[in-house]
Design a protein. Structure first.
Length: 434
């Protein structure tokens, strides 16, 4: 395992952008920006020891001591990394260890990037939240759906991950984003609800958002992300997966270490398929906090709750999940689950803390552990430990333990917000229920 402690300092700059109509076949040029300088420095001992000891102790007891975790953990305050750890292998057959440059699938955490892409185009006046989808997809067969409804999962559109196979898709053929759009016109799957009336998490929404980015900019979605975000923020290990990467991408694995085979849903993006590292996600988190991704007013819109059918502390913004506690504490987060991938990305706004866990060997307790880690830094009421003035931690209940008897038994019994895992559900669901 690799353990490091340092701070990150760099300047993020976004270049000027050319104008575009809402549907434009000519690629828009995102001007090259000077390469920012990233300086890794040791974190001052006086500032770091209390947090470091507590975080290290928590993760050693809760996650790193069980054989099923294979992945990376990074905890940071602002741009200073408090704790970073990598355990396991890129490929258990070759025993090549994971490190800070090992890009893993983050599944539905990818939705943050699709939402940010559309918000960037809104900031530039090229897209509007209240635009009907018929503006971008003529004759769109579901009435009343807007861009905003895609972003906050209130469109009512059915989830392609669930209906394609059920409605006769040939599983020997990879489905693309265009195929998902075509299926809405040709298969006519029933909507989950009338547009704008209910929250219903659907990967279809974010596939369509990626297509809107392509229609407006004239670029492929991966190329847009590279030019608008990955290069300017020096996310050098981050990319959007396509089938050409099948032989080089870090795979995901079942709980027992067996490789999870590709299936017909691997070729869509927007809803998933960003591969990245904990360090690159920290750069993304810092860019968001500094207003480098989108301006503050749009960021506030993204972090605003939009669904109130079921009163509670959990909600959804525009591409982000929200935990809004009655004591005023707030967490901006998203989880991801796809095949053997489990990812958690959270920002504690009061403390400027970023929590990142990416695992590529199925371990759904990652979400539970990420939540409990909130309590290390404030009163987030997640049943996690607290830190005293000396940096010691006090557990209010025993740290969670992953059970790995059988993949058809619950691997996350303590996590009541997650569905019970079965092999069929893990292969068909790309969302986190947290």
């Amino acid at each position: 395992m690799k353990n490091t402690l340092y701070s990150i300092g760099f300047t993020l700059v976004i270049g000027c952008h050319a104008t575009a109509e809402k549907s434009n076949s000519q690629p828009q040029e995102y001007a090259s920006t000077p390469t920012p300088t990233i300086v890794f420095q040791p974190l001052g001992k006086e500032d770091s020891t209390r947090y470091y000891n507590a975080v290290k102790g928590f993760f050693e007891k809760s996650l790193l001591n069980n054989r099923t975790f294979n992945g990376g953990i990074l905890i940071a305050k602002g741009g200073s990394i408090i704790y970073e750890e990598y355990k396991g292998f890129k490929d258990p057959r070759t025993k090549e260890p994971l490190d800070e440059h090992s890009a893993m699938h983050i599944a539905s955490v990818s939705k943050n990037f699709a939402a940010a892409s559309v918000l960037r185009l809104i900031q530039e006046g090229k897209v509007h939240l209240d635009d009907s989808l018929s503006v971008y997809f003529p004759g769109f067969p579901y009435a009343g759906v807007t861009v905003k409804m895609l972003m906050n999962h209130r469109s009512g559109l059915p989830n392609y991950v669930h209906y394609l196979e059920r409605m006769g898709w040939n599983k020997n053929q990879y489905a693309t984003n265009q195929d998902v759009l075509n299926s809405l016109y040709t298969m006519h799957p029933s909507p989950e609800s009338r547009a704008g009336t209910h929250f219903s998490y659907s990967n279809t929404n974010f596939v369509l958002l990626a297509m809107i980015v392509e229609k407006v900019t004239g670029m492929s979605y991966p190329e847009f992300l590279k030019k608008a975000f990955f290069q300017p923020f020096q996310m050098n290990d981050t990319y959007v997966f396509n089938l050409a990467d099948s032989n080089t991408a870090i795979r995901s694995y079942n709980w027992n270490g067996s490789v999870w085979n590709w299936d017909f849903l691997e070729d869509t993006y927007g809803d998933k398929n960003i591969y990245t590292t904990p360090r690159d996600l920290l750069k993304w988190s810092m860019a968001l906090s500094r207003g480098e991704v989108i301006d503050q007013s749009l960021l506030d819109s993204a972090f605003t709750p939009y669904s109130f059918e079921h009163p509670g502390v959990h909600n959804y913004g525009l591409g982000w999940r929200l935990l809004m506690l009655r004591n005023g504490k707030r967490v901006i987060y998203h989880n991801g689950r796809w095949h053997g991938t489990n990812a958690a990305f959270a920002k504690l706004t009061d403390e400027d803390i970023t929590i990142i866990i990416i695992g590529n060997r199925y371990n759904s307790n990652i979400y539970n552990i990420a939540r409990k880690a909130y309590d290390l830094f404030g009163d987030y009421q997640q049943g996690g430990p607290t830190i005293d003035e000396e940096g010691d931690i006090t557990y209010h209940e025993p740290p969670p333990v992953v059970h790995h008897h059988s993949h058809k038994k619950s691997l996350a019994k303590r996590n009541t917000h997650h569905k019970r895992y079965t092999s069929s559900s893990a292969r068909s669901v790309a969302k986190s229920k947290k």
